[in-house]
Design a protein around this ligand. Structure first.
Ligand SMILES: *Cc1c(COP(=O)(O)O)cnc(C)c1O
Length: 376
């Protein structure tokens, strides 16, 4: 029986050579690979600066600090995201204020932002979910009107564009992530980008124990962290970046094959929609089950038995037990996000899936969904 995992990194001999070459040098941290990775990454995204860190979560934490967010402050964000995008707000003692999502793109619905703004609101933390940009024009307009900072969680959207502009170029800072399931990987790792020299300087210091920029051991200007990226990871990043455009084209090809196969079953599922003006880079390919009586988790088990791994993407952050306990969130607080959480299903998406694989997976998905829809 064929077996398909939900995601996997795309690693080549070039990647392996780049990483092992580092082991023949004396630089395993804070060396030339880090600088080069940052330089070419900034160029790729179109920002002035990039600062590599140990994870996307670490990067998000530093963007909260650099934005001056602290206890008593509120940050507006999306409940339909990976938990790190809300956790980073808690790390600095501030409060996440969730705004429900658009039912088609699953990104924060700009028309619901203003009602959530208070005198305590400091920033909007925009998440570009699944590889598609949020609707930035109205968000930027609202941020300007209320003098709020924009910070982007672009961890799922590397390479994605909004009206021709890269995600990661809209806020005062933005974060990308390189965990092995992302569009490119460094093992663990992340990158903070900005156009502001002062912010970049702060990121460089904060990731390295708050040390002065000239790396002298003696002075620590800030309360810093060890959020450094090592040279092996940076070398892998450089190598991955070299084939980034190819990898994105491949993901886009897989998505269009899924669209072709699954688009015929619009009575059964919604396929992902790409908003006008957006280019999607497919961190995941997520369908939505239409039949409200179908138990999505049973669908996942059935597909697993057939060798096809799928996943409930994503649970809503406000309904995690920690968030419920801390903030008193409950079912029904963000109904669109909750509805998407309940009926969404991520399908296998990785470089190496061929046309016949996508057909095979699509067939199994439809068969299982038809079986469940008939039950009622
Ligand atoms: C992956 C991801 C992150 C960061 O993940 P790390 O595992 O810390 O690199 C943050 N936000 C979102 C939306 C993500 O998908």
């Amino acid at each position: 029986m064929k077996k398909y995992q939900i995601s996997k990194p795309y690693l080549t001999d070039d990647d392996r050579k780049s990483v092992t070459a580092v082991l023949r040098t004396d630089f395993l941290s804070l060396g030339p690979k880090l600088n080069k990775f940052e330089r070419i990454f900034a160029k790729k995204i179109g920002t002035k600066y990039a600062c590599a860190v140990s994870s996307g979560t670490a990067g998000l934490h530093l963007t909260m600090i650099s934005a001056g967010i602290g206890p008593g402050d509120e940050v507006i964000t999306s409940p339909f995201s990976f938990v790190a995008s809300a956790n980073c707000i808690l790390y600095v003692g501030a409060r996440p204020v969730f705004v429900d999502i658009d039912s088609v793109t699953f990104n924060m619905d700009p028309s619901r932002i203003e009602e959530k703004i208070t005198s305590k609101t400091k920033a909007i933390l925009v998440v570009h979910i699944f590889g598609q940009s949020a609707d930035m024009d109205p968000i930027i307009k609202i941020a300007k009107k209320h003098k709020l900072k924009i910070i982007e969680d672009a961890c799922e959207s590397m390479g994605a564009k909004y009206k021709g502009k890269n995600t990661g170029t809209f806020g005062e800072s933005a974060v990308f992530a390189f965990y092995p399931n992302k569009q490119m990987t460094t093992g663990e790792g992340g990158m903070i980008v900005t156009d502001k020299p002062g912010l970049n300087k702060l990121f460089l210091s904060l990731r390295n124990q708050g040390r002065a920029e000239n790396m002298q051991w003696l002075d620590h200007e800030h309360l810093g962290y060890n959020y450094r990226m090592d040279e092996l990871s940076a070398a892998l990043g450089i190598s991955q970046l070299q084939k980034f455009d190819f990898m994105i084209k491949h993901r886009q090809k897989i998505a269009s094959l899924y669209n072709k196969n699954l688009g015929l079953f619009s009575g059964l599922i919604d396929i992902p929609m790409v908003a006008k003006g957006n280019s999607h880079t497919w961190f995941v390919y997520v369908i939505r089950i239409k039949d409200k009586n179908t138990d999505r988790d049973e669908v996942i088990s059935d597909l697993q038995r057939l060798g096809v791994s799928t996943k409930a993407y994503l649970p809503s952050i406000h309904l995690f037990s920690f968030y419920k306990q801390k903030f008193g969130f409950k079912d029904g607080d963000f109904p669109i996000s909750e509805n998407v959480s309940q009926f969404s299903l991520a399908l296998p998406m990785y470089i190496g899936l061929k046309e016949e694989d996508v057909s095979y997976i699509s067939n199994k998905v439809i068969k299982v969904l038809q079986k469940h829809a008939k039950r009622i």
